[in-house]
Design a protein around this ligand. Structure first.
Ligand code: SF4
Length: 242
């Protein structure tokens, strides 16, 4: 059975420092008055137009295997297929920041207001990531009751060898249409500011893997390395992969 939860916008609003960092402004640098005003305006629009909501349900390993191998387009080997068989629990999820904020970003770009459009786009993306992190943390805390060193991480179609066409089966199982998310012909989610994937909970060590898959040579961020570093430092990271 699926569950639907609305997030409070204030709970997932990204911190100012993180937004500026994403904009390429180093932490200790002074930020111009113009950028500060742009940030304030973008946050106001973000609060007025965002309606974050998530749909999720727990799925068995047997069912998830069908979702994961989807249309048969995944890379021959992937981190997720190594990790999910060792999981304690698996939760399919899809969340969106809502139609209004995504359309507002598109409108700003169409009207050539790139500054506000980019700032709002950045804030909405960071908020969606923060919402996923909240789901990871919530699921980890639930499982800590049973196992001490548990960790939940999210993995998404379109990353690390899980082909984007995997969205098709994920949508068949989860039906994110119930919260207003649809797929286009390229398997991209509408509204754009949406995230889908699988939350995998298990011993921290199950999330460790070598990043020597063939597709890793084209990966620019190597974000899984940051996750392993955080695991080693005992921090709870949020990385869906790249
Ligand atoms: S190097 Fe990049 S593509 Fe390879 S597993 Fe890590 S995040 Fe994924």
């Amino acid at each position: 059975m699926s569950h639907i939860i609305e997030f409070k916008v204030k709970d997932i609003q990204p911190e100012k420092d993180i937004v500026f960092k994403e904009f390429g402004i180093p932490k200790n640098n002074s930020v111009s008055e113009k950028i500060q005003q742009l940030y304030s305006e973008a946050i106001k629009v973000f609060r007025e137009t965002s309606k974050p909501i998530v749909i999720y349900f727990e799925i068995s390993k047997e069912e998830f295997e069908k979702v994961f191998f989807g249309e048969g387009n995944n890379s021959t080997e992937t981190p997720v297929e190594q990790i999910f068989p060792k999981a304690d629990n698996l939760i399919l999820f899809a969340l969106t920041m809502g139609k209004e904020v995504s359309e507002k970003i598109e409108t700003l770009f169409k009207e050539n207001d790139f500054a506000l459009g980019s700032m709002l786009d950045c804030i909405a993306s960071l908020a969606a990531d923060k919402a996923v992190k909240k789901l990871e943390t919530f699921n980890t805390e639930n499982h800590r009751m049973h196992r001490k060193k548990v960790l939940t991480l999210a993995y998404s179609p379109g990353y690390c060898g899980w082909d984007i066409s995997g969205q098709k089966k994920l949508f068949e199982y989860l039906q994110p249409e119930k919260i207003g998310i649809t797929l286009n012909d390229s398997f991209l989610m509408i509204p754009l500011k949406s995230v889908s994937g699988i939350l995998i909970a298990g011993e921290k060590s199950v999330h460790k893997f070598k990043n020597d898959f063939p597709f890793c040579s084209k990966c620019e961020t190597k974000s899984c390395r940051e996750r392993l570093k955080n695991l080693a430092n005992g921090l709870l990271p949020f990385i869906r992969g790249d």
